[in-house]
Design a protein. Structure first.
Length: 210
């Protein structure tokens, strides 16, 4: 009995002094996390001469109603803004996943012959001409739409921000497999040290092209 008490006594001390609780990880306390308040969507005015519209990875093989319905729902909104961007002579750049081809982009967003298409994994700056394309065209601001929110959108937005560009992300133009990923991406853009100073989240109807 004495040996048993000696065995459990240190655990008793840890629990009662609060030291045991300090060893808990986020996994242990997952259900205690409170969802932050939704951020305010901002109205923005952009100059088409110094702004580029990046349309990322909205492909036939991944943007499907059975696997990513929120992506499918975003296509008409992205297409509508794409028309505005083209009418205003804004620079448009499309992206593909590593193994995709230009014809894999959904029909509603088919690139024009004059529009650039880059191919990479989640960071569209990685081993592509994207930075050069933007620099050569005097771009200071990028509007980013695409899928997935926590992949291509988030990593490319981070890459743009780290290069000193202003980043605008319309939340009705980014999509993911699940709604939590979209929520996390919006939070990350406005709170991460790599993006918070240069990022604005909005929706297409709040973007005015001068």
């Amino acid at each position: 009995m004495k040996k048993l008490l000696l065995l459990f006594f240190p655990i008793f001390i840890l629990i009662n002094t609060g030291l045991y609780a300090k060893d808990k990880t986020i996994i242990d306390e997952w259900k205690k996390v409170k969802v932050p308040n939704a951020p305010e969507l901002k109205a923005v005015n952009v100059d088409p001469v110094t702004t580029a519209f990046l349309v990322l990875d909205i492909q036939k093989n991944s943007c499907k109603s059975d696997t990513r319905p929120r992506c499918v729902a975003s296509i008409p909104k992205v297409a509508s803004f794409l028309k505005i961007a083209r009418d205003k002579k804004m620079l448009v750049v499309h992206s593909l996943t590593s193994s995709a081809k230009s014809e894999d982009i959904v029909n509603e967003l088919t690139p024009l012959a004059t529009e650039n298409v880059v191919r990479s994994s989640v960071d569209k700056f990685y081993k592509t001409e994207l930075e050069k394309i933007l620099t050569d065209n005097g771009i200071k601001t990028v509007i980013i739409a695409g899928t997935v929110a926590h992949g291509a959108v988030l990593y490319t937005a981070t890459g743009a921000s780290l290069r000193g560009l202003q980043v605008i992300v319309p939340v009705d133009g980014m999509s993911a497999d699940n709604i939590y990923a979209e929520q996390y991406t919006a939070w990350h853009l406005l709170n991460s040290p790599g993006t918070r100073r240069n990022s604005t989240i909005t929706k297409f109807s709040l973007i005015t092209v001068q």
